[in-house]
Ligand binder design. Structure first.
Ligand SMILES: Nc1ncnc2c1ncn2[C@@H]1O[C@H](COP(=O)(O)OP(=O)(O)OP(=O)(O)O)[C@@H](O)[C@H]1O
Ligand SMILES: [Mg+2]
Length: 265
């Protein structure tokens, strides 16, 4: 796998395959392989916001982790340019409970040369951008709500001004009303920083808020890609239709509002 910047894209993945070796079922039998990614190609241009949607187990997190450099593909090539940061689903598990907010967010500056005071100033700036304040620096994760914890995780991801942000189900662990607030925050931050986003979700409505292009993944393969409006209004693949149906009933008006973002808190 090489990561040499030879294209204008922030990410250029070709034919990624990721196989997991499962536990042997019989003592002398071969360990079975599970092909979680089965030939995925995906390009992200600078400044673009792309949604990756698919049902549970379709391979979204496997792909996100490989694109972020946290895991390696079994085969295929990945070219990536610039710095990448990730936001994870679980704002409880992803923040170390023994670390203060200041230390957690400063982790995002790991490796950067700056004085403690300079780092503190950038941490405060990042906290303010996500709607928190300097008064929160010395507090610990358990003192915050789920939505606030996810804001802290977003501050940690953004404090280094990354070129690419990969968010894997960033709101699915939150209450519905809080989901809308955190999504709106991400929309604002993206406008302000013009970074490239890959937003991973099983929920098409969540992705529609924040992305101009959508890729649909099913059983480790990308089955449909297109402009967000196109995919929502004229889904071509059966899998996409099923994901849309999960968003649509029972109340068509409310469903439209969800897709169009009119229910933003
Ligand atoms: N470390 C692992 N070892 C073995 N199998 C794995 C491992 N991680 C994922 N898998 C399997 O790979 C497939 C894809 O998993 P993945 O976590 O990428 O799906 P996902 O789309 O993120 O699902 P979800 O929406 O539930 O988060 C699943 O069948 C899963 O069980
Ligand atoms: Mg996942």
């Amino acid at each position: 796998m090489n990561e040499i910047p030879t294209t204008g894209a922030v990410i250029d993945a070709q034919d990624l395959v990721r196989e997991y070796r499962l536990p042997r079922t019989r003592l002398f039998g071969a360990a079975p392989l599970l092909r979680a990614l089965d030939g995925v190609s995906l390009r992200l241009e600078a400044g673009e916001s792309v949604g990756l949607v698919g049902a549970s187990g379709s391979g979204k997190s496997t792909l996100a982790r490989i694109l972020a450099g946290l895991d390696r593909p079994t085969s295929g090539t990945l070219r990536r340019r610039g710095r990448v940061q990730m936001v994870f689903q679980d704002p409880y598990g992803s923040l170390d409970p023994r670390m203060s907010v200041e230390r957690i967010v400063a982790e995002g500056l790991y490796g950067e040369r700056a004085s403690r005071a300079q780092k503190r100033a950038r941490v405060v700036e990042a906290l303010e951008e996500v709607g928190l304040a300097a008064a929160h620096l010395d507090r610990y994760p358990h003192q915050f709500s789920g939505g606030q914890r996810q804001r802290i995780a977003i501050a940690r991801a953004l404090v280094s001004r990354p070129d690419l942000v990969i968010a894997d189900e960033p709101v699915s662990a939150l209450d519905l009303s809080v989901q809308a607030q955190v999504l709106n925050l991400m929309v604002d931050l993206r406008r302000r920083h013009r970074s490239t986003y890959l937003l991973v979700s099983h929920d098409l409505a969540v992705v529609a808020h924040l992305t101009e292009r959508i890729a649909v993944i099913d059983q480790g393969r990308i089955v449909e890609t297109g402009a967000t409006d196109e995919v929502l209004n004229r889904p071509r693949h059966e899998v996409t239709r099923r994901l849309l149906e999960a968003v649509l009933p029972p109340d068509p008006l409310r469903a439209r509002a969800r897709l169009e973002g009119a229910d933003r808190a």
